[in-house]
Ligand binder design. Structure first.
Ligand SMILES: Nc1ncnc2c1ncn2[C@@H]1O[C@H](COP(=O)(O)OP(=O)(O)OP(=O)(O)O)[C@@H](O)[C@H]1O
Ligand SMILES: [Mg+2]
Length: 452
């Protein structure tokens, strides 16, 4: 598609706008519903859009518009009658997100003028690096998260490889997506690969693709993940699990900027931004000879460390309320919020599974709850502060329980390194875990076997 593209969203199909009046060089895409328009916007196909509300807007339409209009890469114009403009929600949307609005009766020239203006404004905005506030779904009000969001904004302007560290469930993939969406590559592909989930014998062909006849069963050419990410971002999750053979090929790609498909001879030049992530200690993997240091240094030009949730307690309630808002609809009745005991329990819990665990607990609570507010019991958490009077011994036990959980999670649920970090023997740590009822995961199935 060449030229400028305008999207005309006319759910009622009565906008009566004479498209040719937009003039030469314009392509016009029609959408008959806001759902359709959302898809066009998501694919980045247009920079100017007219939203025709002259047939009336329902509350469901407004809810969809509230999600669609905040896209910074589109300049929006609304067409409405006085009747629609009386709706405060629509007025708020126009004031917050639209470049202009036209009111019935309007002329086609007026619409064309506003759309050209909206297009110009969207282009101007595209030159600006997005502000950290536009980092999308990544929420956080703690100082450490605000700093992280600012760093993401800066990193997004750059093209250098990024390495993201953080425990499981802290938001590494979300951070990678935010970097992509805030970068100039946002309209190009974001390809995420979990290096630990692809069988080692397939990873080379999945990453680099292959030519027909490259091996038995290669009946046709396959474009690999790296090539699919051309001009966009490649997110290599759990990079620590990448087999050594693929590490060599990846290093060659990072050094030369080209790949060769398996069984092929052609060297293909690619322009890709690489983001990698891991929740394991890559330093240890390097020392054990499982991860190449030269590759690590290539990937680790810019680094982001996402702190665990327990170290940013100001974010806990914000995230929990956000999950409740998003999943309200799954409840049997309208839920008003969290009870005081639920809030206390969430604040004192150590969240070994981080944000993912929080989402799961709140969603389960929404479904299981029988009251109007979610309680600590609905979240399957214990509100120690409510049931026990605070004694020094109680506080000591709580601190011991929390620190053991944190250190075990930080060490990828491995007990031996956790025991080393805590400066206790493995047997002592197992005994303490048993005392506090801590079961990190399946790797700890045989606690008893180590106990005297
Ligand atoms: N700051 C945040 N604001 C809102 N949602 C978040 C935030 N951080 C994480 N999430 C959500 O938490 C879930 C887990 O995040 P994500 O998959 O990015 O974590 P991860 O670090 O990649 O986890 P893993 O190591 O297990 O792959 C996702 O649903 C994500 O959208
Ligand atoms: Mg992940």
């Amino acid at each position: 598609m060449t030229g400028w593209t305008a999207l005309i969203v006319s759910p009622s199909d009565n906008c009566g706008i004479d498209v040719p009046v937009l003039g030469a060089g314009w392509n016009v895409i029609h959408a008959n519903s806001i759902h359709q328009a959302q898809e066009v916007v998501r694919q980045g196909h247009c920079m100017a859009a007219l939203l025709d509300c002259t047939g009336g807007v329902t509350s469901a339409d407004l809810a969809l518009m509230e999600r669609m209009l905040p896209q910074p890469h589109v300049g929006w114009v609304v067409a409405a009658r006085t009747m629609e403009l009386e709706d405060p929600r629509l007025r708020r949307l126009i004031l917050d997100y639209c470049v202009d609005y036209v009111q019935v009766p309007f002329s086609c020239d007026e619409v064309a003028y506003s759309l050209r203006h909206a297009y110009g404004m969207a282009r101007l905005r595209a030159y600006e690096p997005p502000s950290p506030l536009e980092s999308g779904p990544m929420l956080g009000r703690s100082d450490v998260m605000k700093r992280l969001l600012r760093t993401i904004g800066k990193v997004a302007r750059n093209n250098a490889p990024v390495f993201i560290f953080g425990e499981s469930g802290v938001g590494k993939e979300l951070a990678a997506q935010s970097i992509h969406h805030m970068s100039r590559r946002r309209d190009k592909p974001f390809i995420a690969i979990n290096c630990g989930a692809i069988p080692p014998n397939l990873i080379q062909s999945e990453l680099f693709g292959y030519e027909r006849g490259a091996f038995t069963g290669a009946n046709q050419r396959k474009i690999g993940w790296i090539e699919q990410a051309n001009h966009g971002t490649l997110f290599l999750d759990e990079i620590g699990d990448l087999p050594l053979e693929s590490q060599v090929s990846l290093l060659r790609f990072l050094q030369q900027g080209t790949i060769t498909r398996l069984g092929g001879h052609e060297s293909i030049e690619l322009d890709i931004r690489i983001i990698s992530a891991t929740h394991v200690d890559v330093g240890a993997a390097q020392r054990e000879g499982l991860f190449r240091s030269d590759l690590y240094h290539r990937l680790c030009v810019l680094t982001l460390e996402i702190p665990p949730l327990r170290e940013r307690s100001e974010d806990i309630l914000l995230l929990a309320e956000n999950v409740l808002r998003q999943h309200q609809g799954e409840a049997q009745r309208k839920i008003r919020g969290f009870s005081a005991c639920a809030m206390r329990a969430m604040m004192s819990y150590s969240w070994p599974g981080n944000v993912r665990e929080l989402i799961n607990r709140v969603r389960r609570a929404i479904v299981m709850s029988e009251g109007r507010t979610l309680t600590a019991a609905d979240l399957q958490l214990v509100d120690h502060s409510a049931s026990d009077p605070i004694t020094l011994e109680g506080a000591r036990q709580q601190a011991e329980r929390n620190i053991i959980r944190q250190v075990i999670a930080r060490n990828g649920n491995h007990v031996c390194p956790a025991a080393r970090e805590l400066n206790v023997s493995r047997v002592t740590l197992y005994r303490l875990m048993q005392k506090h009822g801590i079961r990190a995961d399946d790797r700890l199935e045989s606690i008893e076997k180590y106990l005297p």
